[in-house]
Design a protein around this ligand. Structure first.
Ligand SMILES: [Zn+2]
Ligand SMILES: [Zn+2]
Length: 177
């Protein structure tokens, strides 16, 4: 029971954290913002530097906003299993570092890639695809968030276009009046 609780809470923390981070921050930021795209997807940036070593406050802020949903879960997880909560946070942080190692020509060993495939976990190779193209490979930790993330993105893009059209037509009306 003790171990089950640890595994359950750690998994829930990563699942809920990745879900909220993807749908409330990452995808909206790609549609409406410039900030994440600038820091996370800039061509010249070594992203191991981006993820782990940088002191640039903007980069830290992007990382912090992305990580916030994970921290929101702490008070709930703590009540069920403090160790599970800590394990979840540590695993999440290790995964951030790991998925950004591709810059040093990392190749995930076949056995690990296989385990990741079974549990739908994002490998560095997969995450690199997202850095190269903001339309690919959503789900920082879990790959199954990709499809709903793209659907959510299409929806937000449609909202954005509609809003722009409304703005345009109301400014046209005003200039005609
Ligand atoms: Zn990244
Ligand atoms: Zn992104």
């Amino acid at each position: 029971m003790f171990v089950t609780k640890i595994i359950l809470v750690a998994t829930l923390l990563l699942f809920i954290g990745d879900f909220l981070s993807t749908f409330l921050y990452h995808v909206p930021e790609h549609v409406f913002g410039k900030f994440h795209t600038l820091v996370h997807h800039s061509k010249n940036r070594s992203f191991i530097h981006y993820a782990v070593l940088t002191r640039n406050p903007l980069v830290l802020l992007d990382g912090f906003l992305g990580a916030l949903p994970y921290f929101l879960f702490i008070p709930f997880g703590w009540q069920i299993s403090p160790i599970g909560t800590i394990v979840g946070i540590v695993l999440g942080e290790l995964h951030v570092i790991w998925r950004h190692v591709s810059i040093i020509n990392w190749q995930t060993p076949k056995a690990i890639a296989f385990v990741c495939k079974i549990f739908c976990i994002t490998t560095p190779e997969r995450h690199l695809l997202h850095h190269e193209d903001g339309n690919l490979a959503y789900g920082d930790i879990f790959t199954f968030f990709h499809r709903p993330a793209i659907a959510w993105m299409d929806f937000l893009i449609a909202v954005k276009k509609k809003y722009r059209r409304l703005q345009l037509s109301s400014s046209n009306n005003r200039s005609q009046a």
